[in-house]
Design a protein around this ligand. Structure first.
Ligand code: DX5
Ligand code: ZN
Length: 260
């Protein structure tokens, strides 16, 4: 890493227009992140048929594809790196969707540039994984990517108080990071309003872990607008329909589905 501060650090609204690929004109990742979106996490997909699985959820309407990156240090498992982002980014962009990389890796400041270069539109790194949250956010901003910061279940929302103005997404882990298929941590529902109070109305709150048609609407009622789901989508026989079921669950008020 260079000892010199990145060009553009501290100039939060600069966008690197030259990153846009042909056909990207209609895509606006920042605007998309302001919508209510279900983000299929490929962690639970069939990696032997990854492109086809992503195509399936894109065809069902998904506009935010979530790629979980794990380094064997910040979390025990090792998953994928920029090569997989690169392999999927074209597919995702072609339909006007966006790709977010969720970095569960130590010292993310060493790697974020590679993920932007590979085609990630938004990159979320963990507050617990670096002493340099503001610097890492500035690196991403300089390269034209949207910025997300994630917090683990035991991390208080207050760690984001000084950087809320520099991020688009605050990701509240609703399970301990590292594995798909864990049960949703109910305490998250009390934490989300506290996170909202810290980051303000402009930042999108994302939830990740144990999200399904029961937990998603409850998280929405507590303030989340981006819903990551792996098991509930890809560990089913019809990922496209399972994606659609999650979207429908968000259109209902909590409890409404049960009362029918
Ligand atoms: C877990 C990952 C999640 C994971 C969620 O550390 O960050 O994105 O895919 O999986 P489910 O939806 O199975 O809880
Ligand atoms: Zn994730």
């Amino acid at each position: 890493m260079s000892a010199v501060a990145p060009e553009g650090a501290g100039v939060p609204d600069r966008v690197a227009a030259d990153r846009l690929a042909p056909g990207d004109a209609a895509r606006d990742p920042r605007r998309l992140l302001g919508e209510v979106l279900v983000a299929p996490s490929i962690l639970s997909a069939d990696f032997g048929a990854l492109r086809a699985q992503v195509r399936e959820v894109l065809a069902a309407g998904a506009r935010l594809i979530h790629v979980d990156v794990m380094d064997g240090h910040f979390v025990p498992p090792i998953t994928v790196g920029p090569l997989v982002v690169e392999a999927l980014a074209g597919e995702v962009r072609a339909v006007g969707a966006m790709l977010e990389a969720h970095l569960m890796i130590e010292r993310p400041e060493r790697h974020v540039a590679d993920f932007v270069e590979a085609g990630a539109d938004s990159i979320t790194f963990h507050a617990e994984a670096t002493a340099h949250i503001a610097y890492t956010a500035a690196l991403l901003r300089e390269r034209g990517a949207c910025v997300g910061v994630a917090i683990n279940p035991a991390t208080p929302p207050g760690v984001l108080s000084e950087v809320a103005g520099a991020v688009e997404v605050a990701l509240c882990m609703t399970v301990s990071p590292g594995w798909g298929g864990q049960p949703f941590i109910e305490h998250s529902l009390e934490k989300l309003p506290r996170l909202r109070a810290v980051v303000g109305e402009r930042v999108a709150i994302e939830v990740d872990g144990g999200i399904d048609p029961d937990t998603a609407p409850r998280c929405r009622a507590a303030g989340a607008s981006l819903f990551v789901a792996g098991t509930a989508i890809f560990a089913t026989s019809d990922p496209g329909e399972s994606y659609a079921a999650l979207v429908r669950s968000l259109a209902e008020r909590p409890g409404e589905a049960d009362s029918r």
